[in-house]
Design a protein around this ligand. Structure first.
Ligand SMILES: *[C@@H]1O[C@H](CO)[C@@H](O)[C@H](O)[C@H]1NC(C)=O
Ligand SMILES: *[C@@H]1O[C@H](CO)[C@@H](O)[C@H](O)[C@H]1NC(C)=O
Ligand SMILES: *[C@@H]1O[C@H](CO)[C@@H](O)[C@H](O)[C@H]1NC(C)=O
Ligand SMILES: [Zn+2]
Length: 505
C-alpha cells in the first residue's frame, strides 16, 4: 500500500515536471515518457515480480514469439475457441504453457473435468451401459443389470453393446456421442445464435454426462482420470465445485453424499501417493441457484455439517447455474446469513457477475458476494461495471476467478482482446485463471485458458512475470491453510525452477 501511495505521488510529481518541460521545450521529454511507461507497467499483474537472468531470457523469447503470433492471420484469441483450437495447438507459446507449472485450478466443476473422448471411448464401453435417444436428438446413459424402466424423456433404453454390434460404423457413432457430451461444433456462431441457445445445450450435455459419471464404479475412475488430465497439464491442486450428486449401483441402489465425499478423499489420497508432486483436492459444495430459499437453507445447514465431518476436504459453499436465469444472492440472504447467525464459519466462493446485463438484480451479485464475505469471486465478468465493488474486492484481497474460454463459449465476449479481465490485469487486480468446464469446451487442464489470458487478454505487455504471478496467485488465493499453502508454494517453486532451467538449455 505504502508503495502505491508513493508511486502515485511520483506520478503527480513527474506530471508537473512534464508540464514544466513541455512549456520550455515544446517536445515531451523522452525520459519522463519512459518513466511513465515503466510506472504503468509496474501496476499490471506480475509487474513487480523480479525475474532472474534466466527468467528474463525466457521472457524475451516469449515476447518474440508473441509478436510473431500477433501478426499472424488468423490470430487465435480473436476467434471463437472452437475455431482457434487447432491453431492454438500449433502455437509455440501454447506448447510452453503446457509444460509450465501452473499451480492450482480454483474454478472447475466436478462432472465436467475429464475429456469427452475418454468418457465415450472408455466409460460407454463398459458392460451394462444403456443409452436412450431423448427428445431433441440428445442422449442419456444408464448402467443397469436389467432392462431399465422407461422414464419421462427416455421411453426406450438400448444396450450399447448390442447397438454397436449391429452398426456398420461404430466409430462415427462414437464421434456423435462425443459431440453430445461437449458444446464443440465447427460453426459455433451458427449453432448458438444466442446465450439462451448455448445454455440450453450446456444443460443438456450436463444431463447426458451425469448418467455416466454418477455410476459409482465409474465415479472413482472418472475422478482419477480427471486428476490425471490436470496433472498432465502441470496443475498440482484443484478446488472442485460439486453438488455431490448421488451415485448409483447396477441394481439401482443409491449411495448418499457421504459416500461421494469419501470417494473424493480416497481417490485424491491415492493419486497424491502415486504422484508426490500433486497436493490433492478440496471441494466447494454447490447448490443450484434455481432452488427455493428453504432448499438453500437446508443445503447451507448440510454444508456446515459436512464441513465439520470433513474439515480437510470441504473448502466452502457456492451457488451455481446461469445467473441470469436463477435467483440473485440477495434473494437467499436469509439462508446465506445462517452461518454468521449460528456463529460458524462457512467460507463462500460465489459465482458472481457472470453476466453482461447491467443494473439487473443479478448484476448486484458482485456487491452481495462481497457483503457475504465471499473468499473469491467466480468469473466477475461484470466487475468493470462496478468501480466500488472492484475497489472493495482489491482491498479485501478477494481474487477473481477468470475463465476466458467459458466466457467466450457462453457468449459474453467474442474477441478475447476485449475481455474485461484485460482491465483487471493491467491494474494488477487479484486474479486467477481457470477453465470452468473442460469436458464441455474441449479443453484440458488450464493451458488453453492460460493461452487466451496470456496472448489475448494480456497482450504484448503480459510477460513471464505475469505468468509467474498468475501461478502464484492460484496458491495464494486458494482455500488452503497457511501451512499447506507454504508446502504447495515450495513444491511449485521446485517445478518452476526446473521448468526455467529446462527451457534455457
Ligand atoms: C447425439 O447423438 C445422436 C446419436 O448418434 C445424434 O443423432 C445427435 O446428432 C447427437 N447430438 C449432437 C448435439 O451432436
Ligand atoms: C478404462 O479406464 C480404466 C482406468 O480408469 C482402465 O483400467 C481400462 O483399461 C480402460 N478401458 C478401456 C476400454 O480403455
Ligand atoms: C462478514 O465479515 C464481517 C467482518 O469480519 C462480519 O462482521 C460480518 O458478520 C460477516 N458477514 C457475514 C454475512 O458473514
Ligand atoms: Zn463455474
Amino acid at each position: 500500500m505504502a508503495h502505491r501511495i508513493h508511486s502515485s505521488w511520483l506520478t503527480l510529481f513527474s506530471m508537473m515536471a512534464f508540464a514544466f518541460i513541455n512549456l520550455c521545450s515544446g517536445a515531451p521529454n523522452p525520459h519522463q515518457r519512459e518513466m511513465l511507461k515503466r510506472q504503468e507497467a509496474s501496476r499490471q499483474t506480475g509487474g513487480s515480480v523480479t525475474l532472474t537472468p534466466r527468467e528474463l531470457q525466457l521472457s524475451a523469447y516469449l515476447h518474440k514469439l508473441k509478436v510473431k503470433e500477433m501478426a499472424s492471420v488468423p490470430f487465435p484469441p480473436s476467434m471463437h475457441y472452437f475455431k482457434a483450437r487447432p491453431f492454438i495447438q500449433q502455437s509455440a507459446i501454447f506448447k510452453l504453457l503446457r509444460k509450465m507449472p501452473k499451480g492450482a485450478a480454483l474454478h472447475v466443476h466436478s462432472s465436467v473435468l475429464a475429456s469427452a473422448e475418454w468418457l465415450v471411448r472408455n466409460v460407454t464401453y463398459r458392460p451394462h451401459c444403456y443409452i436412450c435417444f431423448a427428445w431433441g436428438g440428445s442422449v442419456r446413459f444408464l448402467f443397469s443389470d436389467g432392462q431399465p424402466y422407461p422414464r419421462w424423456e427416455c421411453l426406450y433404453w438400448q444396450l450399447l453393446e448390442s447397438l454397436r454390434a449391429g452398426m456398420a460404423n461404430p466409430d462415427e457413432f462414437d464421434n456423435s456421442l462425443v459431440r453430445n457430451l461437449t458444446l464443440f461444433t465447427e460453426d459455433p456462431e451458427a449453432a448458438y445464435p444466442s446465450q439462451e441457445s448455448v445454455w440450453a445445450r450446456f444443460d443438456d450435455a450436463f444431463l447426458a454426462i451425469s448418467g455416466l459419471v454418477t455410476y459409482a464404479p465409474v465415479f472413482r475412475d472418472y475422478l482419477y482420470q480427471s486428476l490425471e488430465e490436470f496433472y498432465g497439464d502441470n496443475v498440482m491442486y484443484l478446488e472442485i465445485r460439486s453438488g455431490l450428486s448421488k451415485t448409483y449401483e447396477l441394481d439401482g441402489s443409491i449411495h448418499d453424499k457421504v459416500w461421494s465425499l469419501k470417494a473424493y478423499q480416497d481417490v485424491s489420497a491415492k493419486f497424491s501417493a502415486e504422484h508426490p508432486d500433486f497436493l490433492g483436492i478440496r471441494i466447494i459444495l454447490s447448490s443450484h441457484r434455481i432452488q427455493s430459499v428453504s432448499m438453500i437453507k437446508a443445503a447451507v445447514m448440510d454444508a456446515i455439517e459436512m464441513q465439520k465431518n470433513f474439515p480437510e476436504l470441504i473448502a466452502g459453499f457456492d451457488l451455481v447455474g446461469r445467473e441470469d436465469d436463477g435467483r440473485p444472492l440477495w434473494y437467499f440472504r436469509e439462508a446465506l446469513s445462517l452461518p454468521a447467525d449460528l456463529g460458524v464459519n462457512l467460507p463462500y466462493y460465489f459465482h458472481a457477475g457472470e453476466t453482461d446485463l447491467e443494473g439487473t438484480d443479478v448484476d448486484a451479485n458482485l456487491l452481495d458476494a462481497l457483503l457475504f464475505n465471499s473468499s473469491r469471486i467466480g468469473h466477475g465478468y461484470a466487475l468493470p461495471h462496478h468501480p466500488l465493488v472492484k475497489e472493495l474486492s482489491r482491498k479485501k484481497g478477494v481474487a477473481v476467478e477468470v475463465c476466458p474460454i467459458s466466457n467466450q463459449v457462453l457468449k459474453l465476449v467474442s474477441d478475447m482482446r476485449n475481455h474485461p479481465a484485460a482491465v483487471l490485469m493491467t491494474e494488477g487486480h487479484p486474479v486467477v485463471i481457470s477453465s470452468d468446464d473442460p469436458t464441455l469446451f474441449g479443453t484440458s487442464g488450464l493451458s488453453y485458458d492460460f493461452y487466451e489470458a496470456f496472448v489475448g487478454i494480456g497482450g504484448l505487455s503480459a510477460n513471464l512475470g505475469t505468468l509467474k504471478e498468475l501461478a502464484m496467485n492460484s496458491i495464494k488465493y486458494s482455500s488452503l491453510s497457511p501451512v499447506l499453502k507454504k508446502a504447495l508454494l515450495d513444491m511449485w517453486q521446485k517445478k518452476w525452477d526446473k521448468f526455467i532451467s529446462d527451457q534455457c538449455q
